[in-house]
Ligand binder design. Structure first.
Ligand SMILES: C[S@@+](CC[C@H](N)C(=O)[O-])C[C@H]1O[C@@H](n2cnc3c(N)ncnc32)[C@H](O)[C@@H]1O
Length: 276
């Protein structure tokens, strides 16, 4: 496992992913009944943007750093920025929260979260980040195996974030293998699957196969800040949301437009929302 998320923390794809994540959790908070959050590829929970890794790539400068001081952001982005500011009490941007941190900040006492991380060092950092917290279960485990181990949850409602590192070239195949059997076992959960857009045609092949295999309603949100046909870099990313909340696409429309206008490089790339 060579992938270290600390090189990428806070980049534009993270902003996109975490804003959507917050929107989905806010939907679950509308009802009093408990929910379970499962994060299959959790990372460490928090990243130092002054670390050697983050400073080497400077990816956060094209992401969180561009919007950190925005005064009047739309709803989900407002909560997102509040959370990032909370972890940076000196108001200067230094730390960037991971997905477990964002969700933990929103959990009520009746809710709980399950986190899986396979990298031994990142697992230890994650475990140390939530010491003795009864609401949080941290597992040194393969994320796909955690789908099998923890679903269905005892709660009637759940959100599953599947956010792999795409380090191996067969990650799309793994998703296409695991998702149908997981959804068969737990049909009513909300699933959010993040994916990179480096090469448009490979991404489209994945989405086409996903549509063929998943018969549940799903929504695709995408954001790119570079042209999608240059294969040198990460041009954009998407989130496939299976069983999306009602009218979630309408809520996300303005949010994605706002993000694209601030993050796009010279008006390149695009944003889109489609329902399948
Ligand atoms: C994109 S990062 C996760 C970021 C995190 N979800 C967030 O939003 O802050 C992917 C993580 O998955 C971990 N990882 C890689 N392969 C894994 C596997 N098979 N199972 C669980 N975790 C894995 C990596 O070590 C890395 O920390």
């Amino acid at each position: 496992m060579n992938y270290r998320h600390s090189y990428h923390a806070g980049n534009f794809t993270e902003v996109f992913k975490h804003v959507i994540l917050i929107g989905l959790v806010q939907h679950l908070l509308k009802k009093e009944s408990s929910f379970c959050y499962l994060d299959t590829h959790s990372g460490t929970g928090c990243y130092d943007l002054l670390s050697e890794a983050a400073q080497k790539t400077q990816e956060f400068t094209l992401g969180i750093a561009k919007i950190y001081s925005e005064k009047n952001p739309p709803d989900f982005v407002k909560d997102y920025l509040q959370c990032v500011k909370k972890i940076n009490p000196n108001s200067e941007l230094q730390f960037y929260p991971g997905s477990p941190y964002f969700v933990k900040e929103m959990l009520r006492k009746q809710d709980r979260m399950i986190l899986s991380e396979l990298h031994p060092e990142d697992y230890q950092l994650l475990k140390n980040f939530f010491p003795h917290d009864k609401q949080v279960a941290v597992h040194h485990q393969d994320g796909y195996q955690s789908l099998k181990a923890f679903l269905p949850p005892k709660e009637r409602r759940s959100l599953v974030l599947i956010d792999p590192s795409y380090e191996s070239s067969d990650e799309f195949e793994k998703l296409l293998k695991w998702l149908p059997e997981t959804i068969k076992r737990w049909e009513t959960g909300i699933y959010a699957i993040w994916y990179p857009i480096k090469n448009r045609s490979a991404t489209d092949r994945f989405l086409k196969s996903l549509k063929e295999k998943i018969k549940h309603p799903f929504m695709i949100a995408e954001l790119s800040i570079f042209p999608e046909d240059t294969s040198l870099q990460l041009n954009g990313c998407g989130m496939a949301i299976i069983n999306p909340p009602w009218q979630f696409d309408l809520k996300m429309q303005g949010v994605l437009s706002w993000l694209w206008h601030r993050l796009s490089i010279d008006n390149k790339g695009r944003f889109s929302l489609t329902s399948a």
